[in-house]
Ligand binder design. Sequence first.
Ligand code: NAD
Length: 471
Amino acid sequence: MTHPVHARIEGPLVMIGFGSIGRGTLPLIERHIAFDRDQFTVIEPSGEFAHILKEHGIRHLQLALTEANFAEVLRGLFPNGKGFVVNLSVDVDSVELMTLCQELGVQYIDTVVEPWPGFYFGSPLPNAERTNYPLRERVRELGKSYVGGPTAVSCCGANPGMVSWLFKEALLRLAADTGVTATPQSRADWALLAMTLGVKGVHVAERDTQISARPKPAGVFVNTWSVDGLLSEGYQPAELGWGTHEKKLPPEGHRFDHGPGYAIWIDRPGADTRVRSWCPGVGPQFGYVVTHNEALSIPDYYTVWDGPQALYRPTCHYAYHPCNDAILSLHEINGAGLLPEEKHILTADEIVAGGDDLGVFLYGHAKGAMWYGSRLTMDQARALAPYQNATGMQVTSAVLAAMVWVAENPRAGFVEADEMDHARCLEVQRPYLGSVECHYTDWTPLQNRINRFAGDRDEDDPWQFTNFLAV
Ligand code: NAD
């Protein structure tokens, strides 16, 4: 089978981290991006998957980047003012890497704003400052110093990342289905379109149904992607973009006392904060409000301003139903109040059934609610590319699409997925997404209860966050 080569990377190509996402991204880069193999280095402290790098003829620099060594290591790898850093690691500070890449004239992509160790756990910071809001604001502020610099994509995997492209496609579909003429070009046009369509909010609604044949052993935290990544973000406070239609803050909800204020945080862990949400296949379900960059970038991007006044902004948050083993793992560690000692990421070889439905759930508009996204089964993922499960495939193909976009737009400075050409990115990514589907539903969070109990309900507006939140 031949694969289209979409772009060429000139100079050194350095991948940082060779975990579940790094391993899955490698074959996609090899297929779709031209590069010099002798200039490709992977920086990865573990030797567990070194044999894959050896088989592919890729240089393995077996070390951990730290605050003390990262600048020296990377300067040594990029002597000529060109090249590309693909950061797919945990525990390496994204902001520091982005700054250094600007200085070195090197392009950059990551999938999360990652800090050095010490931020997620055991931090002296107050909870408001342990959220993603200050992390994102730091990146946005820094970007102002590098307008027109080498392109640096912040937070572009599946979510954050691809879901921002799907959201745009979903808005165009909703416009077409409700007879609204839409040719948005600028950020302001897109925000106005979301307002015109009456979209009150958007869940990044995910259901991971992948299962292994082996029951999860007690005490082992099992997931379909980085356990460290899920634990880090899951035990930050829950966080969400705060829509202009919302009437009151949730219990323990707080506004930020600095910056543009498009989001709120809740003083409880995202991995223990559930909302009612909806995905095709299952219909109504619980999801966790795990904090994510897209829950901040989407409400920021889609704010309609009247001078200093926000006229319109959608509520936005993740509503994540991880795989069953991860749900059970979270239940165990929440009960124990202790982080797990053993961690395991399910591989394509272990998963016997299921897939990942990952999309955007737009609610409050003329047609009620709509889910729009990728439905990818493990069997499909297995047939598409090696070294990954369905969750990984949605992420790695987004990294690929963003890398192609970077090569085509080499001096865009700092960008997030919302600011990229969604049509081009999805064109590159779509062959790896299984079925991209649109589902309308008349479900609201006020429906379906097993017996009636006390609860904070707003019967006048089903789309208030209060109605979604399950405490
Ligand atoms: P993983 O845990 O499987 O792998 C992380 C890798 O980073 C490991 O191989 C580890 O050895 C390496 N690493 C740790 N410390 C390092 C250091 N100091 N220097 C260099 N490498 C180091 O994680 P993953 O599933 O591959 O995910 C990678 C990243 O992508 C995580 O930050 C995760 O949160 C993020 N992610 C984003 C999305 C998205 O959709 N945006 C989805 C999945 C994962």
